[in-house]
Design a protein around this ligand. Structure first.
Ligand SMILES: NC(=O)C1=CN([C@@H]2O[C@H](COP(=O)(O)OP(=O)(O)OC[C@H]3O[C@@H](n4cnc5c(N)ncnc54)[C@H](O)[C@@H]3O)[C@@H](O)[C@H]2O)C=CC1
Ligand SMILES: CC(=O)C(=O)O
Ligand SMILES: [Mg+2]
Length: 611
């Protein structure tokens, strides 16, 4: 790793550009980093306009001098109450709420009135609150979004906006946008098509970008592309807020997305665009169309692949095997969609990079893939169904899925039969279907493996392929378990405590985004994902690995993001895709760390010309 390498040794680095990062020069203290709001904040606003601006408001914490200066005097209670007291009040109120959804609504309201306080709370209680603003509760919030709607956040581009998008992007009030998370709501977690209700996903992802990845709150933009929905119950619901027609598809769909990409790219050419929860094959088609042209990646395909690979590599260490022996694994992936194919491609990339397979084909041979009909296998060997049905199924596979077809095994083989034949070391679930990891499947796997690797990765928890309790019960506590959404550790009747892991792209995307934005990478390269995996795979201590703990806990997401961000930044310079320039002698890890947003109140200064 290059984390402490003196950056002057790397080629194209001359001077760190302040110009790109948006703070007025007068707001930057001597020696301060331009991306960190740590000196003063200039604002053209005054009075209630400040109090009601969530990016400026400090609630009760405005100092007396500030109240005077900004015409706030008398508009807030007289006592100047600092952040620690505010946190106390907020946390007390939050704890009094009974349901996760009520907590979600409460936290959204806090985010809407005081973002600094929201992020301070989130960072202080990341472990507890990520399950509210992110999976699993964000899933419930998406289902209920049209009912719990209070106030708009982010931007919606809908089918009625065709032809107007290049003007609409200028409605967003901030010139500096570093990260955009965009969804079309077509596959929201494992909950299916939720149309415009999917907005809660980009909002939640970007909250983690800020809290964990240190991106500035004012520099993130959540977006929904509302191309309609095929969800009948939303279409029939009078409260639904999205477009009331079936989804655009085909050429119409791609032209629509293209208009949006062109519009945002023309206003914010440096912004990273994260495609999120797009249904297969749109997810892949969009990624392939834009990956070389703009700074973008697909979270479900690529950053899920990075964290899952990290989990498998760490599990090799936990089994006293070498992480460079990935090619010795036998991996079954249940789910052949964006995430399943993306994860498996990442594993294949890693096997090839490790140099222990002779070809990509050899790497594919170590992975068996199933969809809802069973194994992607050889129709000629099957005795189950008519030829016509097989022909149609196989014609529908695309070139990515075809790589995994096994000619020596019957098409549609069940998971249970496949496990008996293959004796897998690793079982991945990316289906969005609960119960797919049956008792028989897990018990059979455990017959052959001392430490079966069981990763039911679908979200939210209600869609996990099995629960933690089931995995540990059916393996007598021997499984190494990681799930997409959090599950509590399990205590078996014999008193053994079995540790769970969360294997979610929330471990990878904040650091990826941090490294990409600090380096101002032109494009996002495959090595960035591979190195993200290698970095995260090295973070658990030997003692943790011994207990089956593969990653640091969620409360450490910020440290994980810093480690990943630094490595991704290095890769950007190594591969000559970075465009930000640095001062000779600067240490890259310091630059990345200093660029991370820290939620602290800084003095506000009125300046009529600030923007
Ligand atoms: N842990 C994490 O970080 C992530 C988890 N996911 C989860 O992965 C799941 C799938 O996401 P995508 O691949 O984007 O969806 P997708 O819709 O593209 O793919 C789903 C796949 O599952 C297959 N499938 C459906 N029912 C099945 C069954 N009974 N048995 C076997 N296969 C079945 C489908 O044929 C399809 O190939 C979602 O629940 C999502 O939440 C996705 C991204 C990240
Ligand atoms: C975690 C995530 O991105 C998903 O479940 O879609
Ligand atoms: Mg997703």
């Amino acid at each position: 790793m290059l984390a402490t390498r003196n950056i002057s040794r790397l080629s194209n680095l001359v001077k760190f550009s302040r110009r790109n990062y948006g703070l007025p020069a007068s707001a930057i203290g001597v020696g301060s980093d331009p991306r960190k709001d740590k000196t003063v904040q200039l604002t053209p606003l005054r009075g209630v306009n400040i109090i009601h601006d969530p990016l400026l408001s400090k609630g009760t914490a405005f100092s007396i001098a500030e109240r005077e200066r900004l015409s706030i005097r008398g508009l807030v209670p007289p006592r100047c109450q600092e952040m620690d007291k505010q946190l106390l009040r907020i946390k007390r109120n939050l704890d009094a709420l009974e349901t996760p959804l009520a907590k979600f609504v409460f936290l959204s309201a806090l985010q809407d009135r005081n973002e600094i306080l929201f992020y301070k709370l989130l960072i202080n209680y990341l472990d507890e609150l990520s399950g509210i603003i992110y999976t699993p509760t964000v899933g419930e919030a998406c289902l209920m979004s049209h009912s719990i709607y209070r106030r708009s956040r982010g931007m919606y581009f809908s089918s009625q906006d065709r032809g107007a998008m290049s003007a609409m992007v200028h409605n967003w009030p901030h010139d500096e946008v570093d990260v955009i998370v965009v969804t079309d709501g077509s596959r929201v977690l494992g909950l299916g098509d939720l149309g415009a209700n999917g907005m809660q996903i980009p909002i939640g992802k970007l909250s983690l970008y800020v809290a964990a990845g240190g991106i500035r709150p004012r520099s993130v933009l959540p977006v929904v592309l509302d191309v309609g929905t095929n969800n009948e119950s939303l279409l029939n619901d009078p409260l639904y807020l999205g477009m009331g027609h079936p989804r655009l598809d085909g050429e119409d769909y791609y032209t629509f997305v293209d208009e949006w990409v062109t519009a945002v790219h023309s206003r914010w050419p440096n912004a990273l665009i994260q495609f999120e929860d797009f249904k297969y094959p749109h997810a892949y088609n969009l990624l392939n169309k834009y990956r070389e042209k703009i700074t973008c990646f697909n979270d479900d395909i690529q950053s899920t692949s990075a964290i899952t690979l990290a989990g498998i590599l760490a599990s090799l260490k936990a089994r006293n095997l070498s992480p460079t022996d990935l090619n010795q694994e036998r991996i079954i992936c249940v789910g052949a969609g964006s995430a399943g194919v993306g994860v498996c491609e990442g594993i294949v990339d890693a096997m090839v990079a490790q140099g222990k397979v002779k070809s990509r084909e050899e790497a594919y041979s170590r992975i068996w893939m199933l969809d809802q009909d069973g194994l992607l296998g050889n129709p000629a060997l099957s005795t189950v169904d008519s030829t016509a049905a097989f022909d149609e199924r196989h014609q529908n596979f695309d070139e990515r899925q075809r790589c995994y077809i096994k000619s020596d095994l019957s098409d549609r083989l069940s998971l249970e039969d496949l496990i008996e034949k293959v004796k897998p070391t690793v079982l991945l679930g990316l289906t969005g279907v609960p119960g797919v990891f049956s008792e028989k499947a897990i018990r059979t796997m455990a017959k052959y493996q001392e430490k079966p690797i069981v990763f039911p990765l679908s979200n939210p928890d209600t869609r996990a392929e099995c629960t933690a309790e089931q995995a540990f019960k059916w393996t007598e506590g021997r499984a190494i378990f990681a799930s997409g959404s959090p599950f509590a550790d399990v205590t078996l009747p014999n008193g053994k405590v079995c540790k769970t892991n969360q294997c979610n792209n929330s471990y990878s995307f904040p650091g990826l985004g941090l490294g990409i934005t600090v380096s101002r990478a032109r494009t996002v390269t495959p090595n960035m994902f591979l190195e993200t995996a290698n970095t995260i795979a090295d973070l658990a201590s030997p003692a943790q690995l011994k207990e089956g703990v593969l990653f640091p806990g969620v409360s450490h997401l910020r440290e994980v993001a810093l480690a990943v961000g630094t490595r991704v930044c290095e890769v950007a310079y190594e591969e000559n895709v970075a465009t930000a320039v640095l001062q000779p002698g600067e240490i890259l890890s310091d630059v990345v760390q200093n660029s991370m947003f820290v939620p602290e109140y800084i003095p506000l200064v009125h300046s009529p010309n600030a923007h």
